[in-house]
Design a protein around this ligand. Sequence first.
Ligand code: UDP
Length: 236
Amino acid sequence: MVAYQRVLLKLSGEEFGGGKLGVDPVIVSNIAQQIADVVRSGTQVAVVVGGGNYFRGAELSRNGMARDRADYMGMLGTVMNSIALQDFCEKAGIETRVQSAISMAQVAEPYIPRRAERHLEKGRLVIFGAGSGMPYFSTDTVAAQRALEIGAEVLLMGKQGVDGVYDKDPKVHADAKKFDTLTHDQFLTEDLKVADATAISLARDNNLNLVFFSLSEPGNIARAVAGEPIGTIVTR
Ligand code: UDP
């Protein structure tokens, strides 16, 4: 069991809203407490937050919007989540910076990877908002890209109510089988839907491991950071 020194944590937007539109302060404050404990223990943590509790571009475009504009709305949703998480993390006692891929100087720094690394070295939490700033991408892919760019040792994928990767949706199929480990190639050939294929192939090509785990279990972020075998590890 190896504790990680620097991690990239991906939080799905759905988790922030507790399945509803917007931000649930109780849930976000609980996640912030968990992150604060990990940062205080000395691990460097950067976060990418999704925006599924507000808008998903693909869904809006199926309902008549132009895909690129809908995607920008999706990215703006991730900034709202980032600001909410920053607020609760600072209330939990850790210095936090938000860096946005779309410039909005009043609420966030621009995305400057080397400055982000400097924040991490100083023990600050860094939250990356606005996805990649580019339509047609997902925050999973951004999480893999940011993890690689800041030199994180692992990509921790916190999921709502699902404790790992299954061969089919465990919420629908009672006989769904959970994987403890998987290779990136297996993940791609079995076309598993818990993360998008672009994220997994980027991770595969650059030798980045992922851990999928449930955020609903208290203390799970610390367990994942400590390298405990929770959830599913995706490795070469
Ligand atoms: N998005 C985008 N480019 C990016 C990241 C996100 O266009 O680089 C948009 C896209 O519309 C996506 C939405 O932002 O559906 C919210 O992100 P995501 O669906 O990844 O959030 P999650 O499912 O993790 O909550």
